[in-house]
Design a protein around this ligand. Structure first.
Ligand code: ADP
Length: 185
């Protein structure tokens, strides 16, 4: 689970729409860039940010863009990796991830499918590794990432069309209104 950011560093220019999420994540970028400036003011970096929204709305993209803007690496893990049925395996994965992150200093740990950790249906007893990750107070911020509006869709289409050849009669505005209700993915 330690795929450090793939091909290239993304920035917020790679994200279309999601205006509120961007605004919410702005100070996280500031903090990652220059933690000393915030600490001097007695501020604490949000340790855990929960990105909530339907699949394909750009949560992974936003995490990578935030890291790219701040110039820090991203460690990617999936929540399903922690809910191991073998005792100790999940806990070891959590510890591995934490020590890798520490070695990087400033970085983002992105945990996909976070809702697959703990509280699974038919599994009333959470395991210790699940508690390790979901301890209360871990997440001091919730950022909602909703389905894009028509205006958001236009921005998303522009992001993806920017580096591609398009016929002269392609009308992104029209396409955006035809695809309302679709996620960015
Ligand atoms: P999530 O993590 O919310 O399931 P992803 O970030 O994995 O969604 O989105 C998958 C892909 O869809 C992205 O890599 C990107 O190509 C495209 N995409 C989704 N939302 C956006 C957006 N707001 N702007 C640009 N591209 C987007």
């Amino acid at each position: 689970f330690d795929k450090v950011a793939e091909d290239r560093q993304l920035t917020l220019a790679d994200v279309g729409g999601a205006r509120e999420a961007r605004a919410d994540l702005h100070d996280v970028i500031g903090f990652l860039k220059d933690p000393a400036r915030f600490k001097k003011m007695g501020a604490r970096c949000p340790a855990g940010v929960l990105l909530v929204g339907p699949p394909g709305t750009g949560k992974t993209l936003l995490a990578r863009a935030v890291a790219g803007e701040a110039g820090v690496p991203v460690l990617v893990a999936s929540g399903s990796e922690f809910g191991e049925m073998y005792v100790g395996v999940g806990a070891r994965r959590v510890r591995d991830l934490a020590s890798k992150a520490r070695a990087h200093g400033r970085c983002i740990i992105f945990i996909d499918e976070f809702d697959s950790i703990g509280g699974k249906r038919g599994r009333p007893n959470r395991t210790s590794e699940e508690d390790l990750v979901r301890r209360p107070g871990r997440f001091d911020r919730v950022v909602e990432v909703g389905m894009p509006t028509a205006a958001d869709r236009l921005e998303i289409l522009k992001v993806h069309a920017a580096k591609r050849p398009l016929d002269a009669d392609v009308n992104l505005q029209e396409l955006s209104t035809l695809t309302v209700g679709y996620s960015g993915a």
